[in-house]
Design a protein around this ligand. Structure first.
Ligand code: C2G
Length: 129
């Protein structure tokens, strides 16, 4: 069984998130999502509209997702990769190169982001409307 992992906040879930999960899942038999906790988001300088428990609930309802674990730190990826015997880390290419240090542990794949949609864009559009 091949295992894929990805990480993110996945706030205001949108097509870009779903397409990332769909493509990440295609690299293996199971997809694990490291979901940024509210506390970690604060450290990332992000404030999610939807609280962790509800973001987790929504991700678990997505057919491409097999397991959701909390992402509490930048440093946990290596531990997660070993713990879950991960074969590939998949991220959007806004992270291009950022996780290449993990190539000694697993495949690292950066996928093109989905153009024209982002949580920030949604918030800005709603503010203007
Ligand atoms: N994404 C995408 N296309 C978009 C928007 C997002 O492919 N239009 C991807 C991002 O590249 C990322 C994933 O969807 O791989 C989740 O996006 P965010 O929730 O914004 O994740 P981020 O805040 O970048 O957190 O340790 C890594 C971080 O937790 C990643």
């Amino acid at each position: 069984m091949t295992t894929v992992i990805t990480y993110g906040t996945f706030d205001l879930l949108h097509k870009g998130h779903i397409r990332l999960l769909q493509r990440a899942a295609s690299y293996g038999d199971r997809l694990i999502v490291g979901l940024s906790t509210d506390e970690f988001n604060a450290r990332k300088g992000k404030r999610a509209y939807t609280k962790y428990a509800d973001r987790k609930f929504m991700l678990e309802a997505i057919k491409y997702v097999d397991l959701v674990i909390p992402e509490n730190s930048w440093e946990q990826k290596a531990t997660d990769i070993k713990k879950y015997h991960v074969d590939a880390l998949v991220m959007g290419n806004d992270w291009q190169g950022q996780f290449d240090d993990l190539k000694q542990l697993t495949d690292v794949i950066y996928l093109p982001r989905t153009d024209g949609i982002s949580t920030t864009q949604i918030k800005d559009d709603l503010e203007r409307s």
